[in-house]
Ligand binder design. Structure first.
Ligand code: AMP
Length: 239
């Protein structure tokens, strides 16, 4: 019933865990710095679904030095989007893996209208569909502050923040001893480009998914717990 209003197939009373016969397929939308990654980690735990982050897939490919990584790196370092053909291909491949059968959460994909259309087509060909799209909304000035303050461990991916938690020893991850650095895509120039891309391109997905009756817009400029509670309430159809 694409195009119609549809609610999530998860009634309010159930515990969301894989293996209970319910499949939940979700897209998490939000510009860089909205806290998507943090919310995704909590949601996959609550829902028991497979987390698919295209950013993580690209970063791993870069770290492994694969041909995909070499191609993706030049776009990522410039704060550009990796071309649709490349990105759509890796997501289709990922969705076909067995761990997606019990539900998935896409984080950072789709980011363009062609990606969203390709996702719909790919899911339809697998006899699947999306249940909900959660869009986390944060004012742009707040995002700029958050993005340029972010530091990350090259080893385990742990996130630090120059305005908040930083490693005890400068540049050395508390968790794994890896190097803590500023991602090339978190510099002011690259962050500006990423937010411009989001405003110009990815924000088109809001009307796209609203028209499908799937969109849940969440105010992300609040404490993590409050945002999480709002998302779960929206997914449970309580609001
Ligand atoms: P993220 O961690 O989601 O912010 O992604 C980091 C970078 O990976 C982005 O700035 C893009 O260069 C690339 N990337 C991730 N997801 C996509 C996507 N859906 N389409 C194009 N490029 C992407």
């Amino acid at each position: 019933m694409r195009g119609g209003v549809r609610s999530v197939r998860v009634p309010p009373s159930v515990t969301w865990k894989q293996g209970e016969g319910r499949v939940v397929n979700i897209v998490l939308l939000g510009a860089a710095g909205t806290g998507k990654g943090t919310q995704a980690a909590r949601l996959i735990d609550a829902l028991g679904v497979t987390h698919i982050s295209t950013g993580d897939i690209f970063r791993k490919a870069v770290a492994d030095g694969t041909p995909l990584g070499l191609e993706a790196k030049r776009y990522m370092d410039a704060g550009d989007l990796v071309p649709d053909e490349v990105t759509i291909g890796i997501v289709k491949e990922r969705l076909a893996q067995p761990d997606c059968a019990g539900g998935f959460m896409l984080d950072g994909f789709p980011r363009t209208l062609p990606q969203a259309e390709a996702l719909d087509a790919a899911l339809a060909s697998m006899d699947k569909h999306l249940d909900a799209v959660v869009a986390i909304d944060v004012p742009r000035d707040v995002l700029m502050g958050r993005l340029t303050a972010r530091r990350q461990c090259r080893g385990c991916g742990k996130i630090y923040n120059v305005m908040g938690e930083m490693p005890t020893t400068d540049g050395v991850c508390d968790a794994c001893g890896g190097e803590v650095y500023q991602r090339a895509d978190d510099t002011v120039q690259a962050a500006t480009k990423r937010l411009d891309d989001y405003d110009a391109v990815t924000s088109q997905l809001v009307p796209y998914y609203t028209a499908q009756g799937l969109l849940h817009k969440i105010d992300g400029d609040r404490p993590v717990d409050v945002v999480f509670a709002d998302i779960t309430a929206a997914l449970r159809g309580a609001e």
